[in-house]
Design a protein around this ligand. Structure first.
Ligand code: NDP
Ligand code: OXD
Length: 321
């Protein structure tokens, strides 16, 4: 196969998404391949063979008739799946140790924060109160992870090593050493019943939309050693019913929530999430996309593909992830 041109299309103003930085990285790892930044008024669309993209505007990719593959520069492809005009070529998502380990750091940080009562202890410090509460061991707490794919399985393993009881819920059956695995609608209630800290690392698909809702929160372990169950969502904002989260925090159905993702990002200034005393908010930075790691991943995939090998981590369009 001829050496194709790679077009980079990034639609974000965030610091880690500076298109020029990505171009420099791709030039460094693509072994002389032509790399162009889009938009490029002088470019003949027929010359583009690969697109490396983050949040392109729906319709953008339809302009390239000779596209061989699309590389999403993040793990979640929900924004691309919402584009009806997305060319019917392999769509590859990110699955690299760098991103996985960053997500595991986030999950472990937030599980420990709630388990070790950090919000209470910081409040006590601000109020000059020396009032320790009983600290349960990790082995008394069950962390239930919704989505035990690339990211969820890694977090599960590290949490298990810390001594937590860990369970996982997926679409199809999974076997993970030391982790109690549930799957499908049939396994959902049993998974929820035992869960003290619910971690969501699901992709956003038509099946998972608003899955984090009152019905689900009400099924979590009502006898949690933490007092009330905790929610940690780093999947996508569309997975959560935000009114339900706030109401459940207020009436005690949930004890606390760490949220990295929101229906509207950035979160509007008047949102209750900014100031709610039981919410730990982070600005969708649980696992940043690193240009060094991911440009190398894309370059390797293209080189292997042109040498006749297969692409890895191709999205199943029917499943939506
Ligand atoms: P994977 O595709 O590797 O894993 C997805 C998991 O979710 C799988 O276990 C899958 O089940 C499960 N799943 C999907 N649909 C359902 C369903 N309907 N019911 C039950 N389980 C389901 O994805 P990753 O682990 O790589 O990434 C997960 C998500 O994390 C991304 O889609 C993205 O939205 C989010 N993300 C967020 C970031 C952030 O900074 N906040 C950064 C990176 C990713 P099965 O095993 O059967 O396929
Ligand atoms: C991703 C993300 O999907 O950054 O990689 O959210």
């Amino acid at each position: 196969m001829t050496k194709g041109t790679l077009a980079v299309l990034i639609n974000s103003t965030q610091q880690n998404w500076l298109p020029e930085r990505w171009k420099v990285r791709f030039d460094a790892v693509c072994g002389g391949r032509r790399v162009v930044l889009l938009p490029d008024a002088g470019l003949d669309p027929a010359e583009v063979h690969y697109a490396a993209v983050w949040k392109p505007v729906p319709g953008d990719l339809g302009a390239f008739p000779n596209l061989r593959a699309i590389f999403n520069l993040g793990a979640g492809v929900d924004a691309l799946m919402a584009d009806d005009s997305l060319p019917d070529v392999p769509l590859v998502r990110v699955a690299v140790p760098d991103l996985t380990h960053r997500m595991t750091e986030y999950v472990v940080l937030h599980v420990l924060m709630h388990h070790r009562q950090e919000p209470y202890l910081r409040q006590s410090q601000r109020e000059t109160r020396w009032e320790p509460k009983y600290q349960w061991p990790a082995s008394a707490v069950t962390v239930g992870i919704m989505g035990v794919g690339t990211l969820g399985a890694d977090a599960a393993e590290v949490l298990r090593q810390l001594g937590f009881r860990v369970s996982g819920w997926s679409r199809s059956p999974r076997v993970i050493a030391g982790v109690e695995c549930f799957h499908g609608a049939g396994g959902f209630d049993a998974f929820l019943r035992a869960t003290d800290i619910l971690v969501c690392l699901l992709p956003l698909t038509p099946e998972t939309q608003r899955i984090l809702n009152r019905d689900v929160f009400a099924k979590l372990n009502r006898n949690s050693p933490l007092g009330a169950p905790v929610l940690i969502n780093a999947g996508r904002g569309g997975l959560q019913n935000e009114a339900d989260i706030l109401a459940c925090l207020d009436d005690g159905t949930l004890g606390a929530a760490s949220l990295d993702v929101f229906v509207q990002e950035p979160v509007p200034p008047d949102s209750a999430f900014w100031t709610h005393p039981k919410v730990v908010l982070t600005p969708h930075n649980a696992a940043d996309t690193d240009a060094d790691a991911i440009s190398a991943y894309v370059a390797e995939q293209i080189a292997r593909f042109e040498a006749g090998g297969g692409l890895e981590n191709v999205v199943d369009r029917a499943r939506g992830y």
